[in-house]
Design a protein around this ligand. Structure first.
Ligand code: IYR
Length: 224
């Protein structure tokens, strides 16, 4: 393929034998299949370098025009975690007492969630993923980002895989509305909080709900 732009280089690519491919695909699947969302955390400390590597992994996600329209707020300060928990619980209290429909509350019953969010102060790290609606260049002018929600979602998916791969656990917490996170963390106007993820070890007695994953037949449609 001819490229008008000189900024290209040869792809670094490793090909596996069909057998290696199958083994790799099987073990990657098995590893992902063992992931569970965890809401009960230990306060055991986690090495900062692990968190750095997890975020670097997330940031390898593809994004619209490679704009990488995300920023991860990483909170270990007990004072800031306490502020975030207080504000999140205030919103969640309202959600569970009138803002969420009866059907919605019913759908959540099996997860045992309520407005209390102790994991925000127990987990050693809280990661708040922000999506960047636009960027500001050096002159302070707005520069467009593309497929911002999709891009941030992809990065968060890879973040979750990296957390699991490292042997840590998380929950994708979505306090709503989330604008308090921008205020508490002093984020600029072009960023919107997207997800809040506590990261750490599970509590020793952590329990998870009994759930099932849909089978291949239910999640895929094949045209052969
Ligand atoms: N944001 C609330 C409610 C909640 C909503 C869904 I959809 C969930 O899958 C789980 C919880 C909370 O975090 O409790």
């Amino acid at each position: 393929m001819a490229h008008s732009n000189a900024g290209f280089q040869p792809l670094q690519y490793t090909e596996y034998t069909p057998e290696e491919m199958l083994n790799r695909a099987r073990s990657f699947y098995a590893q992902h299949e063992s992931r569970r969302t965890v809401r009960e955390f230990s306060d055991r400390p986690v090495d900062r370098e692990i968190i750095e590597l997890i975020i670097k992994t997330a940031s390898t996600a593809p994004s619209g025009a490679n704009k990488q329209p995300w920023n991860f707020g990483v909170i270990s300060s007990p004072e800031i975690k306490a502020k975030i928990r207080e504000a999140a619980e205030k919103e969640e209290f309202e959600n569970y007492h009138g803002r969420m429909s009866e059907d919605w509350l019913d759908d959540l019953k099996k997860f045992g969630t309520d407005w209390h969010k102790p994991f925000i102060t127990t987990a050693p790290y809280i990661i708040v993923a922000f999506k960047k609606a636009y960027d500001l260049n050096a002159a302070g002018e707005k520069e467009k980002n593309y497929y911002v929600t999709e891009s941030a979602g992809l990065a968060c998916g890879m973040l979750i895989s990296a957390i699991h791969n490292a042997g840590l656990v998380t929950v994708t917490h979505t306090p709503s509305p989330m604008n308090f996170l921008s205020e508490v963390l002093g984020r600029p106007a072009n960023e919107r909080a997207f997800l809040l993820l506590p990261v750490g070890y599970p509590a020793e007695d952590a329990q998870v709900p009994v759930i099932e994953r849909k089978g291949l037949g239910a999640v895929s449609s094949w045209y052969e």
